[in-house]
Design a protein around this ligand. Structure first.
Ligand code: ADP
Ligand code: MG
Ligand code: ZN
Length: 518
């Protein structure tokens, strides 16, 4: 066995070798904070980033005698999420108390759902990079509340170990959460990490379309815990022999907060489990922490069984019993199913499969849709969004939507940039420069172009003279174009651009060249 040792001393097996020996199984638990105006069981505001402990009341602080009331909007969002995930909706369900002590949870129990989730037995189909579809089976989507946030002061790493003291902020305590739990996902084989990443991306897209959450992984409004186990390999991943092998022991890697980390963390855990199992060891059922910087997981706590939480039905809340009329009404508010929407958009925009995949991987579909509505061409919208803005979002380790929103860089801005190109005021390289200026915060496209004095020379006489000079200097190329080899015009256009120091409109130069030679 070829193993390498990380600085945490965990051996890992080469990924391909691990997959040749074992069959991976995953379970994904995704928590989404709903962006309701108020918390799950009280009227406190939910806005992110407020002064610590300024958004609290007796209910979310768990003071004696305070009584919770369920947030109707949150229940409706939960039902819409369940319906969008093709789940059944419970006609009657209750909240349950999940009992444990932790300082960020002032009630000493979390109001959650246990054996009676609001939504269950669904699925989400996700498109893999090779064009195949993987069906992610959903076990349940249930309602619960978020905890507060601890801040450990004085230690080097922000972790509790080595800290002098800790502070706790209860603003987040009681914010509505939906936890979406998959069944054990089998049959993905070596594509397990990709399935996980693509599922979380598709889920994020869906939740955004439902308009129920900010789904910002880097701010924690969408968080993923990744369970992984390995079992002996008995055949092809989807073969009957393989599916009959009992599941191995899983580990749960907590709070993996980017799409890339989801993929990397699962890949790492597969390699780590494989090394343990191949070495004759056994996997401990535990939670693990993902370290983005070093790309490894480390041991967390040994996982409690559900029994240890002493779940019992919440006595302070009435059961939730959505009527069929309500469920039907909510079904009518669902957005177009993501897979259909993707096909429709690809068709409308004329993108290749590869282009469409890049757009989805960049999380840019919505932005492009709005940019096209604002008047840009689909190809220009794709080009501008997937260029510099995506590069900068990546560099800042955020997603494109959040990056653009934080900057106030909107689809209308991109459409304005495109219109400057289409009207002939800017050529492509000028537009790139303008885009850089806009992203640097210098103002809108027109303002940046004005401030930097960027404008194509509208002097057609000068352009025509340049074209004549270039044609005269390249008789062989000119002859090819006369013979119908239109592609050869590129070489002449390049020289015209050079002669005019990039000031010419390449489209116009092309027209002139072809006009003179055909
Ligand atoms: P917990 O309370 O430990 O978080 P949950 O039921 O909420 O448990 O979630 C466990 C997740 O792990 C689910 O997605 C489930 O499908 C998945 N899972 C369960 N058993 C295994 C296993 N042996 N290997 C991989 N995933 C598993
Ligand atoms: Mg769980
Ligand atoms: Zn409150």
């Amino acid at each position: 066995m070829s193993t390498t040792t990380t600085h945490h001393q965990d051996a890992v097996m080469d990924y391909d070798e691990a997959l040749a020996t074992f069959d991976p199984v995953m379970g994904l638990e995704v928590h989404v904070e709903l962006h309701t105006n108020t918390k799950m069981f009280c009227g406190c505001p939910t806005e992110f980033g407020a002064e610590p402990n300024s958004q609290v009341c007796p209910v979310c602080l768990g003071l004696p005698g305070a009584l919770p009331v369920v947030n109707e909007k949150a229940v409706e969002s939960a039902i819409r999420i369940g319906l969008a995930l093709n789940c059944e909706i419970a006609s009657w369900c209750r909240f349950a108390r999940k009992n444990y002590f932790y300082p960020d949870m002032p009630k000493n129990f979390q109001t959650s759902q246990y054996d009676e989730p609001i939504a269950f037995e669904g699925y989400l189909d996700v498109d893999l990079d090779d064009g195949t579809v993987y069906r992610v089976e959903i076990e349940r989507a249930h309602m619960e509340e978020d905890t507060g946030k601890s801040l450990h002061i004085g230690g080097a790493t922000g972790r509790i170990h080595g800290a002098d003291h800790s502070l706790v902020d209860y603003n987040r305590a009681g914010i509505p959460l939906i936890e979406i739990v998959t069944k054990p996902l089998v049959g993905a084989g070596e594509r397990a990490p990709e399935v996980a990443r693509t599922y979380v991306a598709a889920l994020r897209e869906l939740l955004r379309a439902l308009d129920v959450s900010d789904v910002k992984m880097e701010q924690g409004s969408m968080r993923c815990d990744a369970n992984v186990s390995l079992r002996a390999k008995a055949g092809e991943p989807t073969s009957a022999e393989q599916l009959a092998v009992p599941l191995g022991t899983r580990t749960e890697t907590k709070n993996v907060n980017s799409l890339r980390s989801v993929e990397r963390a699962i890949r790492y855990e597969i390699s780590r489990h494989a090394a343990v199992l191949a070495g004759g060891g056994s996997i401990l059922q535990e939670t693990r922490h993902w370290h983005e910087d070093t790309g490894v997981t480390t041991s967390g706590r040994v996982k409690s069984d559900a029994d240890d939480y002493r779940y019992f039905p919440e006595p302070d809340l009435v059961p939730v019993a959505p009527s069929r009329e309500l469920v039907d009404r909510l079904r009518g508010t669902l957005p177009e199913p993501p897979a259909e929407r993707r096909k429709r958009l690809q068709n409308d925009w004329g993108y290749s499969d590869l282009e469409m995949r890049d757009v989805y991987n960049a999380g840019a579909a919505e932005l492009i849709e709005q940019t096209v509505s604002a008047g840009a061409s689909p190809s220009a919208a794709r080009k501008w969004w997937l260029g510099e803005p995506s590069r900068r979002a990546n560099a800042e380790a955020t997603d494109l939507v959040s990056y653009a929103a934080d900057l106030g860089f909107t689809p209308a801005t991109v459409a304005e940039l495109d219109s400057l190109v289409r009207s002939g005021r800017l050529n492509d390289s000028m537009a790139r420069e303008v885009l850089g200026g806009v992203l640097d915060g210098e103002g809108g496209p027109t303002a940046v172009a004005d401030a930097r004095g960027l404008e194509l020379k509208q002097d057609d006489g000068a352009l025509e003279a340049a074209v004549d000079t270039v044609i005269a200097a390249n008789p062989d190329v000119a002859a090819k174009i006369r013979d119908g080899k239109v592609a050869a015009a590129g070489a002449l256009i390049g020289q015209v651009m050079k002669a005019t120091k990039g000031q010419a409109d390449a489209g116009k130069a092309r027209e002139l060249i072809l006009g003179k030679l055909q």
